[in-house]
Ligand binder design. Structure first.
Ligand code: ADE
Length: 233
């Protein structure tokens, strides 16, 4: 799932161009039993299975070892501990700000759980960040990690080309994006707003900001208020 998705489109191009390296580690390979079983019943009872601490730690230790080796080979001098992001609905909600913060790291380990969760003791030991992608429950952390990986990858220098620039994105200035139009000028009887055909850059910018403000106020009043506060100080 991770390989197929990440190796597609813009992130796939980044991997091909050696801007990003993706390495998948299967926790089952660290099961330590021939059935590759990595889960067990929860102490205290209750429904569902819990992922065991040992295989998760084994997978982490192996991956951290690969990262230390890579740091040594590439001459990266850092004592920074490796970021270990645990994808969980009980984490802090992922934002563009968090994407920028994570993008500063040379390496990130994403820990994806299944079942009811992972034994708390190993989480306490290795996890640096708990991240949720929203208030809903997925069947596993993989899809959530792909969301975070994609948002972080596009901030890595060189991943986006000029025409895919991350600067004018929604959220880059705390507002949602204005509407976009391309040819033809008339579609199903609807004309492209006249100002966009005027060639008058200042007026276009003014119109786009006005639209951004309108859309943000309507759809995300929380962001709108933040923006107004920041711009009236
Ligand atoms: N795993 C299951 N649900 C999740 C969510 N909403 N965010 C991150 N990881 C998850």
């Amino acid at each position: 799932m991770i390989e197929t998705c990440f190796n597609t489109s813009i992130t796939g191009r980044a991997v091909k161009n050696d801007l990003i390296t993706l390495k998948n580690i299967n926790i089952r390979d660290f099961a330590g039993n021939k059935h590759m079983k990595v889960d067990d019943y929860p102490y205290g009872g209750g429904a569902g299975l819990v992922m065991q601490a040992e295989p998760v730690y084994g997978a982490y230790d192996h991956t951290a070892g690969l990262i230390r080796k890579k740091r040594f080979i590439t001459g990266l001098k850092t004592n920074l501990p490796v970021r270990v992001v645990y994808m969980t609905p009980r984490g802090e909600t992922f934002t563009q700000k968090k994407a920028h913060e994570l993008a500063k790291n040379k390496e990130i380990i994403f820990l994806c759980g299944h079942y009811e969760g992972i034994d708390e003791r190993v989480l306490e030991e290795i996890v640096t960040d708990d991240i949720s992608i929203g208030d809903y429950i997925l069947t596993g952390g993989e899809l959530a990690s792909l969301v975070v990986m994609d948002a972080v990858a596009r901030l890595v220098p060189g991943v986006l080309h000029n025409d895919e620039s991350a600067v004018t994105d929604s959220f880059s200035d705390g507002l949602l994006e204005y509407p976009h139009y391309t040819r033809p000028e008339v579609f199903h009887g609807k004309r492209v707003p006249e100002v966009l055909l005027s060639g008058h850059h200042a007026r276009v910018d003014e119109w786009r900001l006005k639209k951004s403000l309108e859309i943000t106020e309507k759809i995300r009043p929380d962001l709108y208020e933040e923006y107004i506060k920041r711009h009236t100080r």
